[in-house]
Design a protein around this ligand. Sequence first.
Ligand SMILES: O=C(O)CCC(=O)C(=O)O
Ligand SMILES: [Fe+2]
Length: 251
Amino acid sequence: KLESLAYPESGLQCDDHQVNTHILSKDPLVIYIEHFLSPFEADEIIRISAPHFTPSTTFTGGTEKFDPSVRNSSKAQIPRTNLVKCIESRAREFQGWPRDTFIERLWAQRYGTGGHYVHHYDWGHAGGRHSGRRDSSFMVYLNGGSEEELQGGGTNFPRLEPPKMDDANSVEARRWCKFIECEGEKTVAASKVVDGVTFKPIKGNAVFWQNFRSDGSGYEESFHAGLPVTAGEKYGLNIWSYRHPGHRPKV
Ligand SMILES: O=C(O)CCC(=O)C(=O)O
Ligand SMILES: [Fe+2]
């Protein structure tokens, strides 16, 4: 992991950027972020990633494998343009510039119809002889929001408790059902019904969550999946924050 960190650049100039945050859970911290990227930024990430896509792999017991039954998508390491560096910087700022924590080089992901990523943790190698850990994750949606463009492909957390909603007309339901799948929606019927909370892929929006407690133990609630895309194509952006106490960039 240490080889693939994107160190912040001093003197980087970025425009101010505003997001809307919706807290789904405080422990673990899980936040749905509206407008994490502007539509222009989302399009630009897709454009500069396009030449770099290769089949996605997974790691089991230290070996890299391509297994479409586990993860069926393509991934691209994104070139570090100024726009990308500003998004890295935004992701650090969002978390309060945590100590000893670095953004990993950004990856774009593309799922075709039928593409998916089964339930997993983003923990990577934690503990043992590895003293670093993938502390937090952002899943940023680069497209989606209309049925013509994309159906299915939500990000599901089976162990998170859905927000309390007394009825479909409550303040909570009217707020949340824009961003998570609610009972009776077509989107749920299109894939199979799954437990927990499923965030909708909507262009520019993101889900942020914490993978570890401060004592270093992993959150079981951070277990998640990219549900199958049932129509169209889905583009996502992964932003992982790697915490490694004592690590400093080489100068
Ligand atoms: O595509 C998604 O919604 C989730 C992707 C994911 O979990 C990952 O890339 O680690
Ligand atoms: Fe993941």
